[in-house]
Design a protein around this ligand. Structure first.
Ligand code: SF4
Length: 324
């Protein structure tokens, strides 16, 4: 399928294949399930309209899962010594911390296939950060807590891409999350096959441009890690690589870093292009640099040139598959 975009005078090819939908955990109230303490839900339009084509949602409601009913009495985070406890607001003697923490560990253990998680913000169970906490008297509120379930799950799966629903309203943040999930999914596929030095080199090679766009220093460290990978057991190298990989992707790519990558990519095609094609490519990258067009414009040009002048290394790059 071919798509046209006005103004640039060239044809844009469709992006490469859309991957199968990737399993992503989610606070079930965000999908519209009526599981909240008051019997309501928190249906999120952005999630339900923009992300369904990428993700196969696996909903979890920890409060329902530990046996609290619908409706139920509300709970809150209470500062207790150096830690936090989840207690009933009307009945502070009820402590749900252990049950919610245990369920977070259980979900992490039983759902190894999850490649991301979208949490409901501000919840004493599901909120990732800045959740309201109170002191033992129920006063002195601060926004400095993490939900007990979310904290347990993310401690068990520290490299899992996670986000709260509100952040997904920002297109740039949303695209970055989708990219993190896709890369993490590919990494999980590699682990399922069994990690070897050859497979790690191949994975690293395919993600070179993506990593360059996010974090050049991490990319270089990872290159050294891959080059020094032992022929035998890869467990330790794999753990280190995964940490570097997901840490690098958490830093969003910028217009400037994308421009550097596009100019690097241009070097692979320059000698094959006619002068007018070269000029259009250079001008398009420059228009992207100046914020006049989206990243999709130069990426589409590169896909088009790839079709005419196939280059093995460039065709391997996952960078060209991204939505932009
Ligand atoms: S925020 Fe979490 S615990 Fe609360 S209703 Fe939603 S899924 Fe359930």
């Amino acid at each position: 399928m071919i798509k046209h975009e006005g103004g640039a005078g060239f044809t844009i090819l469709k992006k490469p294949q859309t991957p199968a939908r990737i399993p992503v955990g989610i606070s079930s109230c965000l999908l519209g399930e009526t599981v909240r303490y008051d019997g309501g839900h928190k249906f999120d339009t952005t999630i339900n309209t923009c992300l369904g084509e990428y993700f196969e949602f696996r909903p979890f409601c920890p409060e329902v899962a530990i046996g609290l009913g619908i409706p139920r009495e509300p709970i809150q985070l209470v500062r207790s010594g150096a830690g936090l406890a989840v207690r009933g607001i009307k009945r502070p003697d009820q402590d749900f911390t252990r049950a919610l923490t245990g369920y977070g560990v259980q979900v992490a253990d039983d759902n190894a296939g999850l490649c991301g998680y979208i949490f409901k913000a501000r919840s004493p169970s599901c909120g990732l950060r800045h959740v309201r906490t109170v002191d033992k008297t129920g006063k002195s509120a601060k926004r400095n807590g993490s939900g007990a379930y979310a904290q347990a799950l993310t401690q068990k799966r520290p490299n899992l891409p996670v986000i709260e629903e509100g952040a997904l309203n920002d297109r740039h943040v949303r695209d970055n999350f989708i990219e993190q999930v896709r890369v993490y999914h590919r990494w999980q596929q590699l682990l399922l096959q069994g990690i070897t030095a050859a497979r790690l080199i191949e994975f690293h090679t395919c993600h070179k441009l993506t990593l360059m766009a996010h974090n050049q220093a991490a990319y270089r460290r990872m290159g050294k890690l891959v080059a020094a990978a032992p022929a035998g057991t890869m467990d330790e190298t794999g753990h280190l690589y995964e940490s570097e990989l997901m840490g690098a992707l958490r830093r969003p790519a910028t217009r400037r870093s994308h421009t550097n990558v596009l100019q690097h990519l241009q070097g692979y095609f320059s000698k094959h292009l006619a002068p007018d094609e070269r000029a259009v490519l250079t001008a398009t990258i420059d228009r992207y640099r100046q914020g006049e067009v989206s990243l999709e414009m130069p990426l589409s040009l590169f896909r088009q040139h790839c079709a005419t002048h196939p280059h093995d290394w460039v065709l391997q790059q996952t960078y060209l598959e991204q939505d932009a």
